[in-house]
Design a binder for this molecule. Sequence first.
Ligand code: T5A
Length: 233
Amino acid sequence: MDSGPRSRGRFLVLEGIDGCGKTTQLSALAEWLPGSGLMPEGAALLLTREPGGTPLGHALRELLLHSGGDQAPCSTAELLLYAADRAQHVATTITPALERGDWVLSDRFAGSTAAYQGYGRGLPLDLIAQLETIATGGLQPDLTVWLALPLQRALERRSARAADRIEAAGERFLARVASGFQTLAEECRWCTIAADQPPQAVTQALQQALHQAAGRWQSLATARPAGSTGAGR
Ligand code: T5A
């Protein structure tokens, strides 16, 4: 159990291209985590997502994913809308939950902006990093997991569904995003899990990754003075 001398909750994020299985795995984790023995007694689990984790974010999500024609944002407007969604999400939902000692499990976070707007749209990564600092106030996940799936497999999985505005940006765009995720996972030392295996095998790998992360947090908590926090993504 995560029972170090700190009361802040933990912030866990799943990243990856559209169709890599985040929603499927988040729902499996949401069932497993509360009884896993990893969360402190009394801590709640909050399942959330970007874009759209707040009422304002819900409206922004509609603009981002379902606007067309004259209403479709240009790349820079798109970047700023994702940043606005994140600022609201961090300020009104994620940070208050972590301060209560709850755990937060999010479908996407800042890594998606670097992958889609940075590597995908070609907007400057240093500008994106500055915006991330403004939007998050410096908050970083305790653990980011990248569900790695070859693009063709992801496209096959999504073939039965209508594409949203981002997915409709085309295969070359999505290929840049997929390769951006790989670069980010290496540079930022995200935990990488192969997503081209049966859902139950992915869930087991995630559970193992969470046990390992909790072990690291426990060691840090015992090595640090009481009251300090240890975060590492
Ligand atoms: N975006 C987001 C940005 O451009 N910048 C940003 O900063 C942020 C935050 C959000 C869009 O916004 C973009 C990225 C996205 O394009 P969304 O609808 O919230 O879009 O999320 P998506 O990531 O697109 O969600 P999807 O539902 O498309 O994909 P998931 O959640 O990754 O995948 P999931 O679980 O729904 O699975 C897809 C299909 O595959 C099957 C499932 O049953 C389902 O049919 N499946 C598997 N099949 C075989 N083996 C497995 N292991 C499987 N796991 C799932």
